[in-house]
Design a protein around this ligand. Structure first.
Ligand code: FE
Ligand code: FE
Ligand code: ZN
Length: 276
């Protein structure tokens, strides 16, 4: 089954997100666990969650992806900011257990002049504090474009974080097509080579989700500016290969393109039309 969806607003709860997803032809969705800039999360509404589960079951929604606030920085030089990131993630991961066996994606962090090695150590140290043995959620490290001092600009950096994390079976990777392209991986010219490299360095079994975004900038730009599908430097032909690739085709795909709902509906329709 082609699992395709987009980023949705979480403001009206889980059932509303699932209904919105269905209304635009999606069978999966991504949402922020709280205001993307951080702040406190709405209390979990158990009634809403129950209705969500029934609706999801009836409408073929099997995978959902929660996204941590993008301002969280597990490897900040400031201990108070690291502490805030840890507390937020710990709270998010407890809340995720209301929808068990789903995925939680986060940006590894920015080392801001401390250097990559320190950054990687701090991220793994943080993960070692917030992951626990019996959790059912898979925590995804997102591949990053390498803007500023972002960690996760290469598969090697993600691998080093995984290596230093004790509960490795809780970790996976979310590959963002705009980010890896901006990071210098040639998914347009040689997708197979990029997938092979991912497999050699990280292991393809870790790949759990795809953020499907075009890019406003050429390969290697390290910018991270998403473009609508087919209107950027990645282009529709590359997306056709990506969504049909035997290694990728069964993963859930999430659009994070600059769109409102009707734009997402159009992109989902477009992607379905080129799905083989
Ligand atoms: Fe992200
Ligand atoms: Fe992304
Ligand atoms: Zn991005």
């Amino acid at each position: 089954m082609f699992k395709i969806g987009c980023h949705l607003s979480a403001s009206k709860g889980y059932l509303a997100m699932a209904q919105t997803a269905s209304s635009i032809g999606a069978n999966t969705f991504q949402f922020f666990t709280r205001n993307p800039r951080g702040g406190s999360a709405k209390a979990i509404d158990v009634g809403d969650i129950e209705k969500y589960h029934a609706y999801a079951e009836a409408n073929g929604i099997t995978a959902i992806l929660a996204h941590a606030p993008y301002t969280l920085n597990l490897c900040s030089a400031d201990a108070a900011i690291r502490e805030f990131a840890l507390n937020t993630m710990a709270d998010d991961l407890r809340r995720m257990e209301y929808t068990p066996h789903q995925m939680y994606n986060f940006h590894p962090g920015s080392h801001v002049k401390q250097g990559v090695d320190v950054g990687i150590d701090l991220i793994a140290e943080g993960l070692n504090k917030v992951l626990w043995e019996d959790m059912t959620t898979t925590v995804l490290l997102e591949t990053m474009a390498g803007k500023g001092s972002e960690i996760g600009r290469s598969f090697e950096e993600l691998r080093r974080i995984i290596d230093k994390t004790e509960l490795k079976d809780k970790l996976g990777v979310c590959l963002d097509t705009c980010h890896v392209h901006d990071g210098g991986y040639d998914i347009v010219g040689d997708l197979d080579k990029v997938i092979d490299e991912f497999d050699t360095i990280i292991g393809i079994d870790r790949l759990k989700a795809i953020h499907i975004n075009d890019s406003k900038n050429p390969i290697g730009a390290h910018k991270d500016r998403h473009e609508k599908i087919g209107q950027g430097y990645i282009g529709l032909d590359a997306f056709e290969k990506i969504i049909n690739h035997p290694v990728l085709r069964d993963l859930p795909f999430f659009l994070e393109t600059p769109n409102e709902l009707d734009g997402y509906a159009g992109e989902i329709e477009l992607l379905k039309s080129i799905r083989k």
